[in-house]
Write a protein that binds this ligand. Structure first.
Ligand SMILES: Nc1ncnc2c1ncn2[C@@H]1O[C@H](COP(=O)(O)OP(=O)(O)OP(=O)(O)O)[C@@H](O)[C@H]1O
Ligand SMILES: [Mg+2]
Length: 216
């Protein structure tokens, strides 16, 4: 199963979400890896800080777009879950990442400006669906949420895209920033609320994955 975490916007939490989900999978005994396609190599650096006694999350830096599809498919044969940490660029790599995905997670910050910025991304997504000639399951994930109830306005705009919004959201928490520099996911960190939040997201995602696998 290939899960691509991608969007055309920078700084929306792609790497944070890819790492934190990978940690949840690893702690549930899944054989998981991350593919880092970003030239900044944030996931690579994070994994360099991860201690050996923790559940393994190998990270592969694949910045060469040419070989990307072949290499990712190869990794998908030896891992149950491959999580692609996307780049914020409009390059062809983004289209490839969308095409490769069994499930697309699109992080988004709950602000009008960020939502409008998804329009270009949605064009890419529609092109990929046409090219693949089959649906590519996708979900929005609201990151850095600061309210208990998401504003109706934000949800309404997102719903118009036809891509469902995950019920679980991630709040803006210092723990996400702290855990990363220790090579951890918040699931392994001291903040109970963050741990609960990521576990809830993981649960919801597993049920989405089950649903997708059944349809295949
Ligand atoms: N839920 C959160 N709470 C607090 N800080 C967060 C949260 N999610 C992400 N961040 C912080 O926001 C910044 C951007 O996050 P991240 O690097 O994951 O985004 P990105 O989409 O991968 O960025 P890029 O497009 O540059 O690759 C980082 O400093 C990260 O620690
Ligand atoms: Mg990143």
């Amino acid at each position: 199963m290939i899960i691509s975490v991608t969007s055309l916007k920078g700084g929306v939490g792609k790497s944070t979400i890819a790492q934190n989900l990978a940690v949840c999978f690893a702690n549930s005994d899944y054989k998981v890896c991350i593919v880092d396609v970003d030239a900044n190599q944030s996931a690579m650096r994070w994994s360099g800080l991860r201690e050996d006694n923790l559940p393994a999350v190998p990270v592969y830096g694949l910045t060469d777009g040419m070989e990307l599809s072949k290499n990712v498919k190869h990794l998908n044969q030896s891992h149950e879950i491959v999580i692609i940490d996307g780049t914020p660029s409009l390059s062809q790599v983004t289209s490839k990442i969308i095409l490769l995905a069994d499930l697309l997670i699109i992080p988004i910050l709950p602000s009008g400006l960020d939502i409008w910025a998804t329009e270009k991304f949605l064009e890419r997504y529609q092109d990929a669906v046409q090219q693949k000639e089959e649906s590519i399951p996708a979900r929005f994930l609201i990151n850095q949420n600061q309210t208990t109830n998401l504003s109706k306005e934000v949800l309404e705009v997102l719903e118009q895209t036809g891509i469902p919004v995950l019920k679980s959201t991630l709040k803006s928490r210092v723990s996400y920033r702290e855990a990363v520099i220790k090579g951890l996911g918040v699931y392994e960190y001291k903040d109970e609320k963050a741990r609960f939040e990521i576990a809830e997201l993981f649960k919801e995602l597993k049920s989405v994955i089950q649903h997708i696998s059944k349809r295949k």
